[in-house]
Design a protein around this ligand. Structure first.
Ligand SMILES: [Zn+2]
Length: 369
């Protein structure tokens, strides 16, 4: 089907342009919602039209929502059990597996070319706010083998997405996930005096880079480095490593003072929530967050911990625009963060106990050893 054949898709694409031309963090919540809600309503209509499962699940919510909180949401684990796609088989451009281990059921996300391109474009737009527009020499805390695996994992997708911001891409780990010290040291020597980008998944950066340096009595010097990391904190919480400890140990072993975590779902690649200078995760213009009481699913008050619902303006090939995650979080404020960014800001507090552990970067099986 051509874009022009479907009036809902045409309207969605038109409204999405308004988001692209707005500032990523510059609109206050009410002005942001005035742009974002119509996009999310179009996606809701589009997926009802093109996806039988979605239509059946949300059938009590056929009308447009008046507030973001009124939009129906899917439990994120549904993507593990159903083939949720809103496009024809021949339109599938690539599939993304949210989990790579055999012990867990992976979720499969179906992307057409348009959604995939939109994800890349938005990821760049959001991360440029933090990293800047210049392509920096890039140290990737992973093994180059990750990109060679046949299944396209969320980890590989993350690296590929971030690689856009870098040049001279250098992999810090060998095929056994051990630090490749000669490579790391050569990188640090070559770029000691200039800004560099370091990227990896949170627990891998911690275990195979920061802790590895510490355990080997090594330090490196990248005082102009920016570390961007993502993925769950679950493994680090088990080792009692919080964000403050992470940053302090990073500073002590590498001299890196700019360290930003981002939160995002494999089911919503592209629309990520990036940590600001105040340590808060911010919702960009393309996404939003609602915290819900785990028992009643009603909206939680500010400051109350609840389940995190994430909304994204991006997915038109699968119904992933409104998802209830299994993560616990807390809304910290709206429009008034000291960093100057507008909209909602929040923190992640862990995961709902006794749920199936979700994959992503958390699936590297040797991490617990
Ligand atoms: Zn902030």
């Amino acid at each position: 089907m051509k874009n022009t054949d479907n009036p809902i898709l045409v309207e969605y694409l038109r409204l999405f342009e308004d988001l692209l031309s707005a500032g990523v963090y510059s609109l206050e919540q009410d002005k942001k919602e005035a742009l974002l809600l119509p996009v999310l309503n179009q996606l809701h209509q589009l997926h009802q039209l093109q996806n039988d499962e979605y239509r059946n699940i949300v059938k009590q919510h056929s009308a447009d929502a008046k507030r973001i909180e009124e939009l129906p949401y899917l439990a994120v684990r549904l993507f593990k059990h159903l083939n949720l796609k809103s496009i024809n088989e021949k339109e599938v451009f690539k599939t993304l597996q949210s989990s790579g281990t055999t012990s867990q059921t992976p979720a499969t996300i179906y992307l057409n070319k348009q959604t995939s391109a939109r994800q890349s474009k938005v990821l760049v737009k959001i991360l440029q706010q933090t990293i800047g527009k210049q392509r920096l020499p890039m140290l990737i805390i992973d093994s180059p083998d990750i990109l060679k695996k046949p299944e396209f994992s969320a980890r590989a997708a993350g690296i590929q997405g971030l690689a856009f911001f870098g040049r001279d891409h250098t992999y810090a780990l060998d095929e056994n996930m051990q630090p490749n010290w000669p490579v790391i040291e050569a990188f640090c020597q070559k770029y000691a005096e200039q800004p560099v980008l370091i990227f990896g998944f949170t627990f891998m950066v911690w275990l195979y880079f920061i802790k590895a340096l510490q355990n080997n009595g090594k330090t490196i010097s990248l005082p102009n480095g920016i570390l961007i990391h993502s993925g769950g904190w679950k493994k680090l919480v088990e080792q009692q490593v919080d964000n403050v400890t992470f940053k302090q140990t990073l500073m002590a072993t590498t001299g890196i003072s700019k360290c930003f975590n981002f939160y995002g779902m494999a089911e919503q690649v592209g629309s990520v929530f990036v940590e600001c200078s105040q340590g808060h995760l911010h919702a960009p213009i393309f996404a939003d967050v609602v915290i819900r009481d785990p028992f009643t699913l009603k909206e939680s008050a500010m400051g109350e911990t609840g389940l995190v619902q994430v909304l994204s303006a991006l997915p038109s090939s699968y119904p992933g625009h409104s998802l209830l995650t299994e993560d616990l979080g807390v809304l910290k404020g709206v429009d008034d963060c000291l960093c100057g960014a507008k909209g909602k800001y929040f923190a992640i507090k862990g995961r709902l106990p006794k749920t199936e552990v979700r994959g992503c970067s958390d699936t590297h099986s040797e991490a617990s050893s």
